[in-house]
Design a protein around this ligand. Structure first.
Ligand SMILES: Cc1ncc(C[n+]2csc(CCOP(=O)(O)OP(=O)(O)O)c2C)c(N)n1
Ligand SMILES: [Mg+2]
Length: 584
C-alpha cells in the first residue's frame, strides 16, 4: 500500500475495538496472520472477514507465534499472531520468546477478561499479563477502545526499532467489543515503522576511527557475524567490507547467509561446531563481531575467543556490547551502517590491505579442502540408515539458490548449521536459535512459505519436534502450501539419547520414540508422503517435494539410530564430553 492509499483508505465512524484493530493492521499492510479464536477477540475476527484479510486458524497458538516469527524473518515486517484469554495467551509464550531473543519484529494480540468482571473467577482467567511480560519487548494493555489505533502504532514502532522484537497488545473483552466514534485522522501509521529496521543509527565517528586503526594493522582479521546481519539487511555492506579488505567471514547459525556460504571468503560456522572457523579465530589478530551476542553456542560455552585478541563489537543494542567477551572497541549502531562506515573509512587502504593479506586468504582454500576431505566419508556416505551428513549433502545439491531452509531446534539445526551451504546471501537458512525450542520446523516452514509463496521452502525437523506439531500438518494442508518437510527420523529424542550414551554409559531414560511412518501419516492427512531409507533416493525425493506446489510433502528420512553417531561433534574433533558438560 502506498502512502497515498494509506491516507485515502482511512475508515471513520462508529466501530468496535476489534474492527479498529483490523483496520489498523490493514493500513499497516500486514501479511497473513495466525491464531485461534475465543470470545474476547471475535469482533476482530469478524472485521478480518469483512475486510477480506488473511488469517489462518492454527491448531496451537505456539505454532501461530512460530509461524508469525518465521514470516517476519523472511520479510522483516512484523509477523502477527493472536491468542484468546488464558490458555490461548499462555500458549504464545514460547514463540514470543523466540522472537524476543532473536530480535524478530512481531505483534501479538491476546484477548483478556471483561474488566467489569475481572478477578471474579472468570472462565480462563489468569495473570496473563504478568506471564507474558518477560516474553516480549513490550506489553501494552489496551485500556480504551478509542486508543486502539494509537497503541497499535506504538506496537509497530517498538517492534521494528532498535533491536526489533515482539510486542503484545493485551486487549480486554470490553475494549474489543466496545464501540467508539473514530475520525479518519485516528487511522494513521508511520510507514517507516512497518518493517525493521525502522531507523538506522550510525556508530560514533571516533569509535569508527579506533576500529579502523585496529583493522588496518591486522594481518589476520576475521569477521564473526550473527543474526543481526539479517535484521539490518546488511548483506551488501558486509560483502563490500570483506572483499575490499580481504577479511574472511565466519557466522553463527543465525548469521548464516550474511554472505553466501559458497563465497570464497566464507569460512563457515564458528562456535560449538566448526569447519575451519574456530582455528581461524584462534589464529586471528583482530575480530570484528557484527550483530552477534557471542552467547554460549557461538563461544563454545565462553571458551572462545581468547581475551588477548583485540575485538571490535558492532551491535544495535549498546548493552549487548562486551556482555560476554570484553570489547576493545564498541561500535554502537546498525550493522549495515557500521559496516558502510568502516569500509569508507578504510577506503584509502584497500590495495595495501589486500596485498598484505594475500597469504592469509591463500590459506583458506587449502584448509577448506582439508576439512572437506576429512568430512567426505560422512558427506558421501551410502550407509543405511542414512547418515545425517549425507542428507545435508543432498540438501546442498538439490535446493536452489533462492530456497529457504527452516531448521528445527534439535539436531536438524546443528547438522545443517554446520554442513548446509546457502548459495546466496539473505534469509535462506532460518533456525530458531532464539530459544531453540524443538517443534519450530513445521510451523516456521508454514510462516516462511506464506511469506515467500514463489520460493521453494523446506523445513527440516526431528521426529520428536514433528510429533509435537503434527496437528499443524492440517494447517499446512488447509493453507495449500507446497512446503517440503524433512523429518529426520531416528526414533528418538536423539540429542537426549546421544548425551545419555556419552555421559551415562548408555543408561537411557525417556529418550526413545516409537518407530513411526511419517510418510503414511502425512498421506492419511491428505498430504504427500515419501519414506526414504536409501540415500540414493534422497535427491529424487527432495525434488518431488519441491515440485509439489499446492500441498505439503513429508519426507520421512530414516537416519542413524546409533546414539554414538548422532552428534555433529564428529566434525568438531575437540569435543570431549564430561559429566556436567553440554555439547549440543
Ligand atoms: C521444547 C523443547 N523441549 C526440550 C528441548 C531439549 N531438546 C533439544 S534437542 C531434543 C531432542 C529432540 O528430538 P527430535 O526432535 O527427534 O530431534 P533429534 O535430536 O532426535 O534429531 C530435546 C528434547 C528443546 N530444545 N525444546
Ligand atoms: Mg529424533
Amino acid at each position: 500500500m502506498t502512502d497515498a492509499e494509506r491516507i485515502s483508505n482511512r475508515p471513520s465512524g462508529r466501530m468496535n475495538g476489534g474492527r479498529a484493530l483490523a483496520e489498523m493492521l490493514r493500513l499497516a499492510g500486514v501479511g497473513p496472520m495466525f491464531g485461534m479464536g475465543g470470545f474476547q477477540l471475535l469482533p476482530f475476527y469478524d472485521a478480518l472477514s469483512q475486510l477480506g484479510m488473511r488469517h489462518f486458524l492454527i491448531n496451537d497458538e505456539r505454532c501461530g507465534a512460530f509461524a508469525a516469527e518465521a514470516y517476519a524473518r523472511v520479510t522483516n515486517r512484523p509477523g502477527v499472531c493472536d491468542g484468546t484469554l488464558g490458555p490461548g495467551a499462555t500458549n504464545l509464550v514460547t514463540g514470543l520468546i523466540e522472537g524476543l531473543n532473536a530480535g524478530t519484529p512481531m505483534i501479538a494480540l491476546a484477548g483478556d477478561t471483561n474488566r467489569a468482571h475481572s478477578w471474579k473467577n472468570m472462565t480462563q482467567e489468569c495473570r496473563q499479563a504478568e506471564i507474558l511480560r518477560p516474553a516480549v519487548k513490550e506489553l501494552i494493555r489496551v485500556e480504551l477502545t478509542s486508543r486502539v489505533p494509537e497503541l497499535l502504532r506504538r506496537a509497530f514502532a517498538v517492534a521494528t526499532s532498535g533491536r526489533p522484537g515482539p510486542v503484545l497488545l493485551d486487549v480486554t473483552e470490553d475494549v474489543c467489543h466496545g464501540e467508539h466514534d473514530f475520525a479518519a485522522e485516528d487511522f494513521a501509521i508511520d510507514p517507516t515503522t512497518l518493517s525493521a529496521p525502522a531507523r538506522r543509527i550510525r556508530p560514533d565517528r571516533a569509535d569508527i576511527g579506533r576500529a579502523v586503526a585496529l583493522i588496518a594493522r591486522a594481518k589476520r582479521p576475521l569477521m564473526l557475524v550473527g543474526g543481526g546481519i539479517h535484521l539490518s539487511a546488511g548483506y551488501e555492506a558486509l560483502l563490500a567490507l570483506a572483499e575490499a579488505q580481504s577479511i574472511p567471514v565466519a557466522h553463527t547459525m543465525s548469521g548464516k547467509g550474511g554472505i553466501a556460504c559458497t563465497h570464497p571468503l566464507s569460512v563457515g560456522l564458528f562456535g560449538r561446531y566448526s569447519r575451519i572457523a574456530n582455528e581461524l579465530i584462534e589464529a586471528a589478530d583482530c575480530l570484528l563481531v557484527i550483530g552477534c551476542k557471542l552467547g554460549e553456542i557461538a563461544t563454545k560455552r565462553y571458551a572462545l575467543p581468547s581475551a588477548s585478541i583485540p575485538l571490535i563489537h558492532l551491535d544495535i543494542l549498546a548493552e549487548e556490547i562486551g556482555r560476554c567477551s570484553p570489547a576493545t572497541v564498541a561500535l554502537w549502531g546498525d550493522a549495515r551502517a557500521g559496516l558502510e562506515d568502516l569500509t569508507e573509512a578504510l577506503a584509502d587502504d584497500t590495495r595495501q590491505a589486500r596485498a598484505a593479506r594475500a597469504d592469509y586468504l591463500g590459506e583458506l582454500p587449502a584448509r577448506m579442502t582439508a576439512w572437506r576431505q576429512e568430512a567426505a566419508p560422512r558427506l558421501d556416505s551410502s550407509e543405511r540408515p542414512i547418515h545425517m551428513a549425507r542428507l545435508c549433502r543432498e540438501l546442498n545439491r538439490t535446493l536452489p539458490a533462492d530456497s529457504i531452509l527452516v531448521a528445527d531446534g534439535g539436531f536438524a539445526g546443528h547438522w545443517t548449521g554446520l554442513l548446509y551451504d546457502t548459495k546466496s546471501s539473505g534469509r535462506h537458512f532460518i533456525p530458531d536459535r532464539g530459544l531453540a525450542s524443538i517443534g519450530y520446523g513445521l510451523p516456521g516452514g508454514i510462516g516462511a512459505a506464506l511469506a515467500a509463496p514463489q520460493t521453494p521452502v523446506v523445513a527440516i525437523t526431528g521426529d520428536g519436534g514433528f510429533n509435537m506439531m503434527l496437528g499443524e500438518l492440517e494447517t499446512a494442508r488447509r493453507a495449500g502450501i507446497g512446503l517440503t518437510i524433512v523429518v529426520v527420523n531416528n526414533a528418538a529424542s536423539g540429542y537426549v539419547k546421544a548425551l545419555q550414551h556419552a555421559m551415562f554409559r548408555g543408561r537411557y531414560q525417556s529418550s526413545d520414540l516409537v518407530e513411526m511412518d511419517y510418510a503414511a501419516i502425512a498421506r492419511a492427512m491428505g498430504c504427500a508422503g515419501i519414506r526414504v531409507e536409501d540415500p540414493e533416493r534422497l535427491g529424487a525425493a527432495l525434488r518431488e517435494g519441491l515440485a509439489e506446489r499446492s500441498r505439503p510433502t513429508v519426507l520421512d528420512i530414516v537416519v542413524t539410530r546409533d546414539p554414538a553417531r548422532m552428534l555433529p561433534a564428529v566434525d568438531n574433533r575437540t569435543v570431549e564430553i564430561r559429566q556436567g558438560d553440554r555439547v549440543a
